[in-house]
Design a protein around this ligand. Structure first.
Ligand code: ADP
Ligand code: MG
Length: 696
């Protein structure tokens, strides 16, 4: 029988209670138990002379008890003096029983394992693990490293060790299925799965623990590789699945495109044109487009989306455009409305906080098919929203949305009279510029378009880092920018302890301070707690130049576009990740003039924060920033999975294992083509229920 089919309950020592604890760690079969790897190892293979022990070291010693006494110091403790001819070790117990005291009898040999501490002249171990020996000549030495497992409350290390011992006895090459083709393992110098697991649970003395801990050991790489492979195959399958759906083919209307382009005050960049071509190609067939458009902040993704939406509208179909914040939805709505006016395409907005009368009216006109472009927040995928003929779903700043939300929207397709289902084409946009191989892994179910060019004339934002002790100088600078250069300014208040509430308060305080200090300049305030209508009014006033300085929380992080704003002050930038700072900074540098960003930190700065702010000062290249961000924060955070709560991988780490990705991608193709029989078992092993990919 396969270990994946044997319940942990069949192991000795697992009753209902232990089984429940294990299941909290997602362990229900013997195979799961084996995949639950130690997080560290202890070396109990040798005995150290007491005289050689260093402070802080974890060690094993062996000796004879000289005496044991209860000592009344600051705290009562039992101190047992153990000698081994090289020195004397104090074993100190704060919690002890009378029986224990008895066991500490003079002449008794024992072996103990624990952390050493020196104080004054004494060397001690506090609550070490103790084994009583008959005599000193034969301490119990292990010929392997001892594994320590991540565990949970009420589940002891010892239990884990006992269970794993049983599991390892059961483990042999026949009952854990080797799914990777043997040739491939050979070619990559990877051990078979069975050997990898055995070695990771009971590594030989002398194995490179550093490599295991940092995941670069072939044993870990072996598991990471298989996991990445499973993920890749799952995404491939998901992509194939999309291809089984039908969509409305939208053929390009070149004439319309020209009319639209002619009304713009600028020329499209060649990167925009290239991506528009790719999108138009996808739209023209009756299979759903699944395209991710990636491009740094300010590269002009909105325009690409608009052209797709207009093409769709001209064929009397509908487009829904989803943005992560009301502020951004509102802004897109205005932009689209102005672009669509001369083309007579009706556009509307849908947010959860809009007056219900207007909303109901909009809903009706969406259901009747009259409204062609529907822009909104998550309100657009609520049940009440029914489209007449939805052909295209656009998702802006997709890293802000969960997979679930995207799915709900896509399922708002269309059924015709014969109950045939039509799925909307999907255009997904993101400014998180991740390296191509990473993108191909994370978004392998999507085709990738990259806008790798900014509109001409953009100058990189000049960034400086300064302490908030220089706040007065910063204020002067703002005055100069507004009064002399006629520019506008953002002042961003960052989150305190992840609390939007506190950030709003901080913004309110800053707002009233600045109002006083900057008089007669006009200061405005936006934050997440304002009513939509208030937010909109303020944004409108900022856009039209009635407000000179906009104090804001990070609600303006995504998408907001006011080209005349050329200075941004970010307070406490040390609280933010690099990608977020990059996004924020992307709000300036949108016009022709030179723009500036002042990162005003609160001293003292940690080394890490200093390093991060320096990255911001030195580069405006989103790719470099994303790479650094990955290095500093790890992939989970950067891909925004923190918000949506998805766990990416058990063993793999996209950043660390980047080198494996080309091999993974290449071999996923081969496996899908030549070893299709292992795809399902691989997915069963690695893609757990509740995983974003478990739907495949
Ligand atoms: P993002 O890719 O960050 O979403 P936007 O679509 O908001 O960027 O575009 C940023 C700004 O650049 C907008 O003001 C937009 O009108 C302008 N823009 C877009 N394309 C061009 C272009 N080809 N030339 C000049 N400006 C452009
Ligand atoms: Mg945008």
């Amino acid at each position: 029988m396969l270990l994946s089919q044997i319940s942990v309950e069949s192991l000795k020592g697992v009753g209902a209670k232990v089984a429940e604890k294990l299941s909290a760690l997602s362990i229900s079969t013997v195979e799961d138990l084996l995949f639950h790897l130690p997080y560290k190892y202890q070396d109990r293979s040798k005995i150290s002379p007491i005289g050689s022990l260093l402070h802080g070291q974890t060690a094993q010693v062996c000796g004879v008890i000289e005496k044991a006494d209860v000592v009344f110091g600051k705290r009562r403790s039992l101190v047992c003096k153990v000698s081994d001819h090289t020195g004397i070790l104090d074993i100190r117990l704060f919690y002890f029983s009378m029986a224990q005291k008895k066991q500490f009898s003079r002449g008794q040999y024992l072996q103990c394992y624990g952390q050493v501490s020196h104080s004054g002249r004494s060397i001690s171990m506090i609550h070490p693990e103790i084994t009583y020996l008959k005599d000193s000549s034969n301490p119990r030495l292990s010929d392997r490293l001892t594994a320590i497992y991540p565990t949970t409350d009420g589940l002891q290390q010892k239990t884990f060790q006992k269970l794993n011992k049983q599991a390892l006895v059961m483990l042999n090459h026949t009952n854990i299925k080797e799914l990777m083709p043997i040739n491939l393992l050979k070619q990559l110098n990877f051990p078979p799965l069975c050997d990898a697991l055995k070695l990771l649970h009971q590594p030989p003395i002398g194995i490179s623990l550093d490599d295991i801990y940092n995941g670069e050991h072939p044993l870990i790489q072996r598991l990471a590789f298989e996991e990445l492979m499973a993920n890749q195959l799952a995404l491939k399958k998901l992509k194939q699945k999309h291809q089984n759906y039908r969509s409305f083919p939208i053929t390009e209307d070149r004439n319309l495109y020209q009319r639209f382009a002619n009304q713009l005050p600028f020329q499209l960049t060649s990167a925009q044109e290239r991506v528009i071509d790719q999108v138009n190609n996808d739209l023209s067939v009756d299979k759903p487009m699944m395209r991710l458009v990636q491009g740094d902040v300010g590269c002009g993704k909105t325009l690409v989306a608009a052209i797709a939406a207009i093409q769709v509208a001209s064929k009397q179909f509908q487009t829904v455009f989803m943005a992560p914040t009301e502020l951004l939805a509102e802004q897109h709505y205005k932009t689209f409305k102005s672009w669509c006016k001369s083309l007579n395409i009706p556009v509307c907005i849908l947010t959860s906080s809009m007056p219900s009368k207007i909303k109901n009216d909009n809903l009706e006109r969406i259901a009747s098919g009259e409204l062609k472009i529907i822009i909104g927040t998550h309100a657009v995928f609520q049940k009440r929203v029914e489209f007449k003929k939805l052909a295209l779903a656009i998702i802006d700043e997709q890293h802000r949305f969960g997979v679930e939300q995207r799915k709900t929207l896509i399922e708002k397709g269309h059924k015709n009279e014969s109950k045939e289902e039509f799925r909307p084409h999907q255009l997904v946009m993101t400014a998180t510029p991740i390296p191509r191989t990473l993108a191909q892994t994370t978004y392998a179910d999507l085709d990738l378009s990259i806008i790798d060019e900014l509109p001409p004339g953009r100058k990189p934002v000049e960034t400086s880092v300064t302490s908030d002790l220089n706040r007065d100088k910063v204020i002067e600078r703002i005055k100069h920018a507004c009064e002399v250069d006629n520019r506008q300014v953002y002042w961003v208040c960052t989150l305190i302890d992840e609390s939007e509430e506190l950030a709003c308060q901080a913004a309110e305080v800053t707002y009233s301070e600045l109002e006083g200090q900057l008089f007669p300049l006009k200061v405005g305030l936006v934050h997440g707690r304002l009513k939509t209508i208030e937010k909109n009014t303020i944004m409108q006033q900022f856009k039209s130049g009635q407000i000179d300085i906009l104090v804001a929380t990070t609600v303006i992080e995504v998408g907001v576009d006011v080209p005349n704003a050329s200075l941004m002050v970010i307070e406490n930038p040390e609280r933010l990740g690099l990608s977020q700072l990059h996004q924020l900074r992307g709000r300036v540098g949108r016009g022709e003039q030179q723009s500036y960003c002042v990162l005003m930190y609160h001293p003292p700065l940690s080394q890490n924060a200093k390093q991060r702010l320096n990255v911001m000062r030195e580069t405006s290249d989103g790719f470099i920033i994303a790479e650094k961000d990955l290095e500093i924060r790890g992939a989970g955070e950067v891909f925004g999975t923190r918000q949506t709560g998805e766990v990416l991988f058990r063993f793999a780490d996209l950043l660390r294992d980047r080198g494996l990705l080309p091999q993974v991608q290449q071999n996923a193709e081969i496996i899908a083509a030549n070893h299709n029989e292992i795809v399902t078992p691989l997915l069963n092993r690695w893609i757990k229920n509740g995983d974003q990919l478990s739907q495949v």
